[in-house]
Write a protein that binds this ligand. Sequence first.
Ligand code: G6P
Ligand code: MG
Length: 212
Amino acid sequence: RIQAVIFDLDGVLVHTDRYHYEAWQQLADEEGISFDVSINDRLRGVSRMESLDIILEKSLRSYTKSEKEALADRKNGYYRELLHQLTPSDAADSAVSCIDSCRRHGVKIAIGSSSRNTPIILERIGLAHAFDAIADGNQIARSKPDPEVFLLAAQQLGVDPAHCLVVEDAEAGLAAAERAGMSKAAIGAAYESPLADFRLRSLAELAGILFE
Ligand code: G6P
Ligand code: MG
């Protein structure tokens, strides 16, 4: 039985994945690096610095470590600017009702995100206090597809990984959940992934998996 659900944040509970895309696109344009939606899909679930490394694969020049840090900071500045417009109405469709129904059924809920901006995003969409545990990019050494963030969430919840279900929009996230020994529900960009145990067109469908 599933005792806990661990939600990815960007692209699952809130569509900040669009803002990540926009901010990386701006940086890539300014640096004259080609970038598109298929490269962007590879950045889902991946840390800021590793995302930059993927983008720089298309660069014609090489960058020093401190130049790369400056680029990552610049992208984060653009991204943070976009986050200002977030309000509670930006939580994904059915996110709040899905969280409420987990609560009513005694299923614990957590966040498992690679993002260091997790606290500010949860605050802005009004879900800062909605979860039993929050594991994010500020607390881990290795980002998805490493299982660290999901194992940390399970540990904080006190639930065996085998009884956790992860909800993910990233291939890297599904791979991380697999390595953590958790069940996997895919949504959005990961919908077609072969790693998925379940496929969700919307978070509203989660109840069908959990409470049947
Ligand atoms: C999430 C997103 C990634 C992002 C990463 C780091 O996993 O899916 O696209 O690169 O978080 O986000 P941050 O907010 O710390 O730059
Ligand atoms: Mg995501």
